[in-house]
Design a binder for this molecule. Sequence first.
Ligand SMILES: C[S@@+](CC[C@H](N)C(=O)[O-])C[C@H]1O[C@@H](n2cnc3c(N)ncnc32)[C@H](O)[C@@H]1O
Length: 260
Amino acid sequence: MADTAASFRVAADAYDRYVGRYGPDLSAGLIAAAGVRPGMRVLDVGCGPGALATALARVVAEEAVAAVDPSETFVAACRARLPAADIRLAAAEELPFADDTFDAALAQLVVNFMRDPGAGVREMARVTRPGGRVAACVWDYLEGMTLMRAFWDAATAIHPTAPDEGRAMPYAREGELARLLERAGLRDVRRGELTAHASYASFADLAEPLGHGVGPAGAHYVSLAEGERARLRADLQRRLGVGNGPFRLSARAWLAVGTV
Ligand SMILES: C[S@@+](CC[C@H](N)C(=O)[O-])C[C@H]1O[C@@H](n2cnc3c(N)ncnc32)[C@H](O)[C@@H]1O
């Protein structure tokens, strides 16, 4: 796969206005599924600007949260949000922590961007104590992630070979994430789905972050000439069926949770 992780070396505020809007709902679901409780020590793998880490800090206290991400801008943004947490520049495949350090390790919308997802999940299991949980979620890019589905349908209508995340993303189909956790040696792997919502002030509010090149959709959008961008925006708005006033979109993610 192309270096999609590179599309996250962007400003944290652009990310927040793009996928970050879905973060609070998604984090609440992932934290509940992982059974995170006060008193636990937890790890957020691929923390981005810190949506999940911030939600974890509200449950377990900031000092009990560690997080890693290979993007320097995201690590800086996450550190600014959570100065008492242990935020490090690192990738999932080589976690800079000793065995059995955490009660739970969570990865929100990250496994599909890992260079070696098998190694990344095995590392998450290694740093989690026996009996602790490893939990992950990935967007249902094929259908349930409304924004991205509509974006790629509009993008492929213009360029049929546009890199539709629904086709290109691993672990985007039901059950694939659970199988990844099982292959990594986790026990009692449970699968499910999470639904998150985001509110927009207008269609322009939705389209603006794409111009910063954030994520694979943004990277594709900024590669287009302005005429094609305008066509894509118009088709995206039509497919979403939204006007220029406020609206809300839903997004489904696949969930898998296993025990170490
Ligand atoms: C879609 S963002 C998710 C960010 C955050 N977890 C959230 O829910 O908002 C994907 C993140 O994965 C990170 N990432 C990419 N490759 C990674 C790897 N090998 N290990 C850990 N994180 C990685 C990116 O830098 C980016 O922050």
